[in-house]
Design a protein around this ligand. Structure first.
Ligand code: GLC
Length: 844
């Protein structure tokens, strides 16, 4: 029999076993727990010891830039593209730095010119000028019209006691976004930001260090954007005009001074270029865009029971998660007594058409009889103490050693080990505790002087590697799919990350808490992660932790959270053992709300999948802050409670307890349509929206086509035979629709279709046309249903000589190969068009 409270090992001072209850006491008071997890206080930059201003002594032209002799140091300024430069300031003779975050190093040589006079050196491309002042040495970036985009402050750049730093000028008109995963608001002007991957259980909106390090940000001034990526894996710091309105600065605790400068001026171009550099997401398997359910505390039977309940209650879902309890005493790559029959689990889940994902932690239990421990020990695979012995830290399995993922043979080994999970039907891998977390360790992790031996035999200290530990582990996991499941798209979920991790894994924002602050915080967190290249992001819906009795997923909080959670890129309800949080745990009303919004997500899957395709192609975030889309509207700059879900849908959720209405800002320059009422609004105004529990305010950007489909209980349940083109038309709307098999890598070999749709109001009639661009995938689509809102009853609908018949009901239309139906009450016109219609369809 299962005990009610499960036993969870944890150490704070000495190895102890505590029950779930005791653990929750340990976790509270929240502040005390949060304090032990946060790293040691920052070592501030000593402004009195900044380097004496340097001066350029000589210049040498390189094939893609210049090398400058700065006396004490030397600098390389290289052009990677006409709008992106790499700046390295190094001790003489040092090699330039490339972190594992970088995906592309092989850049062509853009056209450029170098001009030099007594005072300056100016490097010019078609899109950017880099104006270098010789004495004191300083860099100014200008656009092609000569506008200054960004400029070194008088304090310049250099090293203070081994800490690389850069000071930049700013003024009150400049705002900052990005920085990966951060607490607090959207606009980071005025923030003092730190990056050191930290297991930040139940963090708050003021917690400085959380799980991921993405030292990239976007500056926006005068409606023009630039990007800056400080590629340094040590603990890094960004004082974004907190100290002074006139400058900002960033520095790291060690390493080399390397940064990339990207000229926009559009934010979307900055993100595109940044993700050229650090990699774009891979197209995920479609099932991973479905709804997912997880709990720390599910046993094998629970997984099946809960999956079944989703089906019985007709709440769509695709995946269940097995947390650490599936393992044999938390030994990685094993199955234990709580999941005693994984083959049966696979059979049961197959029957229910559910996938399942297993957690994986990097800590390997110290146990002489455990094969993974034996193999790693024999091959010298572990992270070491300064004295050369394996470092042992305490995590879920008790004393554990940690793979040295810096070595490629360790990554290869780890990749292959996943076979034990894939053989039992596991579809996705969830990498947790990979900051890495060490209970009771300094800053809840390993000491800074632990040692990683690199492939070339050199030894690196943890203070340099810590922030890329998870990145390298995720690379290994991703490879685990490639070697064990060739041609199946990987799904990896990670807690910790570095810049570039998006090319291996989706990111979830760790152990959030069941309270309103956390619901509100999901919006700026996901938005800034999206701007930082991590398009596939999400948060534990309903909140994971319950550190105090007040942190309750009340029915109201859960309902509001599922409204938002159904409209984030990665949609998973995950929680810890001391509560109940499935969508039906809060009574019928909340269950119905959950069903409604999750079903809507499934109807929108063609749209969502296409947004992921755009992310894969151009780095475009799936969840976008309004400023991404509307950078020419300053009213969007500080908006952190609304966002775009893809290109056409604006979400303005209710995120305050007790609220049944909210004010909604409608960005300028476009018109908006209330998704629920059809009411139209001019942009550039703030309106009030009534939104009782169960109403998620959604606004459609006018002149949009949103591809949809009938609801399914899981992805792949029903073939997509009829694609709905949900069209909000005033002038002209177009959409480039991408389709492939949604699960394999065949698309990378060209097996996909692209069809361009255009719908246009021309005087009194409307025209529809399609243009099949690429046709290499065997699609099931036989027809399109063009759905026109705010429409008039047509006199006739025809394609060339072929008249489309009028149906008397929507059902009747569905029976026909082509035709139209006008719903007079809703003022909606449906036109069914065969997928092979080669003529324009005219609606008169
Ligand atoms: C960590 C994870 C959480 C997981 C738990 C147990 O706290 O962030 O999601 O459920 O460990 O594995």
């Amino acid at each position: 029999m299962k005990p009610k409270k499960k036993w969870v090992p944890l150490i704070l001072a000495g190895a102890v076993l505590l029950s779930g209850n005791a653990l929750s006491q340990l976790y509270s008071p929240q502040t005390a727990y949060a304090e032990v997890q946060q790293p040691a206080p920052d070592t501030p930059l000593d402004k009195n010891k900044l380097q004496q201003p340097m001066a350029v002594q000589s210049v040498r032209q390189l094939d893609n830039g210049v090398k400058l002799d700065l006396g004490a140091e030397e600098a390389y300024i290289r052009l990677l593209t006409s709008d992106m430069a790499k700046v390295s300031i190094l001790n003489k003779g040092e090699e330039e730095f490339v972190s594992p975050g970088i995906a592309k190093t092989d850049w062509g040589t853009p056209k450029f010119k170098v001009k030099e006079d007594d005072k300056r050196i100016i490097i010019t491309t078609d899109n950017l000028s880099i104006d270098i002042n010789k004495s004191p040495f300083g860099i100014k970036y200008l656009d092609k019209n000569g506008n200054v985009i960004n400029e070194d402050d008088i304090k310049g750049s250099g090293y203070e006691d081994g800490k690389p730093y850069v000071f930049k000028k700013t003024d009150k008109a400049e705002n900052f976004y990005g920085f990966g995963e951060q607490t607090g608001g959207l606009n980071k002007r005025g923030y003092d930001i730190g990056m050191w991957n930290t297991d930040a259980y139940s963090y708050t909106k003021d917690t400085k260090y959380v799980y991921a390090t993405i030292p990239f940000f976007i500056g926006l001034k005068g409606q023009k954007a630039y990007g800056l990526f400080f590629d340094n894996t040590y603990r890094s710091h960004f004082n974004m005009a907190k100290e002074s309105d006139d400058y900002y600065y960033y520095y790291a605790d060690g390493g080399k001074l390397t940064y990339y400068f990207i000229n926009g001026p559009e934010i979307k171009d900055v993100v595109d270029r940044y993700t050229d550099l650090t990699g774009k997401i891979n197209l995920p398997p479609e099932w991973s865009l479905g709804f997912q359910q997880s709990k720390w505390g599910y046993w094998q039977d629970d997984i099946v029971r809960v999956a079944k309940t989703f089906r019985e209650k007709q709440i769509p879902a695709d995946a269940m998660y097995a947390d650490i309890d599936y393992m044999n005493d938390y030994r990685v790559f094993t199955w234990g007594p709580k999941y005693s029959d994984p083959d049966k689990l696979k059979a049961d889940m197959d029957k229910l058409n559910f996938r399942y994902v297993t957690i994986n932690d990097p800590g390997v239990k110290v146990d002489e009889s455990f094969d993974t421990y034996q193999e790693g020990t024999k091959n010298n695979f572990w992270v070491k103490n300064a004295d050369g012995s394996p470092y042992v830290g305490y995590v879920w399995p008790g004393d554990s050693v940690f793979p040295n993922f810096l070595r490629s043979d360790v990554r290869d080994w780890w990749a292959k080990k996943h076979k034990a999970l894939f053989d039992k039907g596991v579809s996705g891998i969830w990498n947790d505790m990979n900051e890495p977390a060490v209970f009771g360790g300094p800053g809840w992790s390993m000491p800074l002087d632990t040692v990683y031996e690199a492939d070339d035999g050199s030894k690196k200290q943890n203070k340099e590697i810590h922030n890329i530990f998870a990145h390298l582990e995720n690379e290994a996991t991703y490879e685990g799919f490639k070697v064990n499941k060739p041609n199946i798209r990987p799904f990896v979920l990670t807690r910790a990350a570095y810049a570039g991790t998006q090319r291996y894994a989706a990111i979830w924002t760790g152990d959030n808490t069941s309270n309103w602050d956390h619901l509100r915080m999901t919006i700026p967190m996901n938005s800034n992660l999206g701007l930082s290249g991590a398009a596939f992001v999400g948060n534990d819906i309903g909140g994971f932790a319950k550190p105090t009795a007040q942190d309750q997923p009340t029915p109201e909080l859960f309902a509001r959270w599922i409204e938002v959670g159904a409209f984030v890129p990665f949609s998973r309800d995950h929680y810890s053992w001391d509560k109940e949080q499935e969508p039906w745990a809060f009574g019928k009303e909340v269950e119905d709300i959950s069903r409604k919004y999750i079903s809507l997500r499934y109807e929108l899957l063609p749209y969502l999948y296409n947004q992921f395709k755009r992310a894969q192609e151009s780095g475009q975030p799936v969840q976008q802050p309004l400023v991404y889309h509307f950078q020419h509207d300053p009213n969007t700059y500080n908006n952190d409670n609304q966002y775009m879900f893809g290109d056409s849908l604006m979400i303005a959720p209710v995120v305050n307890q007790g609220a049944t209405s909210r004010s909604v800002y409608l960005p300028a320059g476009v018109k908006w349509v209330d998704y629920w009422t059809g009411e139209e609004f001019e942009g550039g105004q703030t309106i009030t929206k009534q939104a009782d529990l169960g109403t998620l305010p959604i606004y459609v950007k006018q002149d949009s086509i949103i591809p949809r489909r009938e609801v399914q209980q899981y992805t792949g349940e029903k073939k997509l035979t009829n694609l709905i083109l949900d069209t909000y038309l005033e002038g002209q709307a177009s959409y480039s629709f991408y389709e492939d098999d949604a699960n394999t890598e065949d698309y990378t070999r060209g097996e996909f279709n692209v069809t361009d749709f255009r719908v246009e109001q021309k005087g009194n009639h409307i025209e529809f046309e399609q243009d099949k661009q690429t046709q290499n995938y065997d699609s099931d689509i036989q027809s399109y249903t063009l759905k026109l809102h705010d429409a008039k009853e047509p006199n006739k609908v025809q394609a060339a000589e072929n008249k489309y018949g009028k149906a008397s009901s929507f059902d009747e239309l569905n029976q026909q190969a082509s035709g139209y139906y006008f719903d007079a009450a809703a003022k909606v016109l449906y036109v069914k068009i065969p997928a092979n219609e080669s003529h324009k369809v005219k609606i008169d």
